[in-house]
Design a protein around this ligand. Structure first.
Ligand SMILES: NC(=O)c1ccc[n+]([C@@H]2O[C@H](COP(=O)([O-])OP(=O)(O)OC[C@H]3O[C@@H](n4cnc5c(N)ncnc54)[C@H](O)[C@@H]3O)[C@@H](O)[C@H]2O)c1
Length: 327
């Protein structure tokens, strides 16, 4: 395949972030774009010299596409993935892929049945610091960790409404949960508490202001992720892992690890955003998806963990064993 032909469903904030990566590619082209908001579809169409659509059904019927990017808000996954798969297109979906675990499992199964490639927008996995940090952690006896994803509230209208975003853990801290899986392995249980009353005067707001979720991993590691969207003072996006004879502090794209007589610090300098899209396009060209760090099937495990964390909070702190939790 000389040129990968790509379509976009959703032309909002994150779609435009991806479009800048396609502007730098000469063997993939965005040929069609679709948004319910005509102005957004037209703007993306002009930007990429692509045909604009208002309905994805029309775009998928009329266009010959190799891959489709789904960049809609979390509550807007209304079946588009099934039509994309039916058309035989490879699938990129932004996180969280849906708010409904059954829907995600059906997408996963249909992708597998058709042998299609997939990628979910966990671009932070492509930061070049993770393999080194992971290798170091594997040599340690990690006891527990704390993690923080604390900041203000994103401006998009749907973020503050649980029925549309799922809440902060599911929409945002899902990146941090996913990275917990990347470095600590598979989780077995989650148990969380949330609170409200700090955020004041925001219309239509019903997500938790903050939460603390404790998780246990197959390796025995335990940890707590703190999440909050209440502060205009100064946020935090970091982890600390405490080991028998060492300590690691790390964030998105950097780490500092300390042993008795040694400190190692590293900072990622790679363009991980460009890399997630380049990797997906390369996989489509070669038919080899082994370099995709977040295929849909793997991302389902992260989605399950975050949906379960929110369910635990909603149930007042119930311990949820992930193996038996159905969503
Ligand atoms: N990976 C990341 O770091 C990252 C960052 C930001 C957002 N996101 C995720 O990307 C998704 C979109 O977020 P955003 O900030 O771009 O939101 P946005 O509101 O800016 O854009 C979403 C767009 O989808 C369109 N849309 C909704 N339903 C549609 C449909 N049926 N057909 C066509 N268009 C439709 C909307 O009109 C809107 O323009 C969310 O799931 C969000 O969590 C990921």
């Amino acid at each position: 395949m000389d040129m990968v032909r790509v379509g976009f469903i959703g032309c909002g904030g994150i779609a435009n972030w991806h479009l800048q990566h396609f502007e730098k590619m000469d063997d993939a082209k965005v040929v069609a774009v679709c948004d319910l908001v005509e102005e957004r579809a037209n703007k993306a169409s002009e930007r990429m010299d692509a045909r604009p659509y208002l309905r994805y059904e029309d775009m998928l019927e009329k266009e010959e596409l190799d891959a489709v990017y789904v960049c809609v808000e979390p509550s807007a996954h209304n079946g588009m993935e099934f039509m994309i798969i039916e058309k035989g297109c490879h699938l990129f979906v932004q996180k969280p892929m849906t708010l409904d675990m059954d829907y995600a499992i059906r997408v996963k199964e249909e992708l597998a049945a058709k042998g299609l490639l997939s990628c979910v927008g966990f671009q932070c996995r492509y930061m070049e610091t993770w393999p080194r940090l992971k290798a170091w952690l594997n040599m340690q006896d990690v006891a527990f960790f704390t993690g923080y994803r604390i900041g203000g509230m994103p401006g998009v209208w749907w973020w503050r409404q649980k029925e549309h975003s799922g809440g902060q853990i599911i929409e945002q801290t899902i990146h941090n949960y996913d990275l917990c899986r990347l470095v600590f392995g598979e989780p077995v249980s989650v148990e969380g508490m949330g609170r409200s009353g700090i955020v004041q005067g925001v219309e239509n707001y019903d997500v938790d202001d903050c939460s603390a979720v404790t998780m246990r991993f197959e390796s025995g590691v335990i940890g707590t992720m703190f999440t909050g969207c209440f502060t205009g003072f100064g946020g935090e996006n970091s982890y600390q892992a405490f080991c028998r004879d060492a300590k690691a502090e790390f964030g998105f794209g950097s780490f500092k690890v300390r042993e008795r007589n040694m400190t190692i610090e590293a900072k990622a300098a790679n363009d991980y955003g460009q890399e997630i899209d380049d990797t997906f396009m390369d996989a489509i060209r070669t038919g080899d998806g082994s370099d995709i760090l977040s295929p849909y099937e793997d991302a389902c495990k992260t989605l399950k963990m975050t949906l379960a964390a929110q369910a635990s909070i909603d149930a007042g702190g119930k311990l949820i064993e992930l193996d038996s939790w159905q969503g």
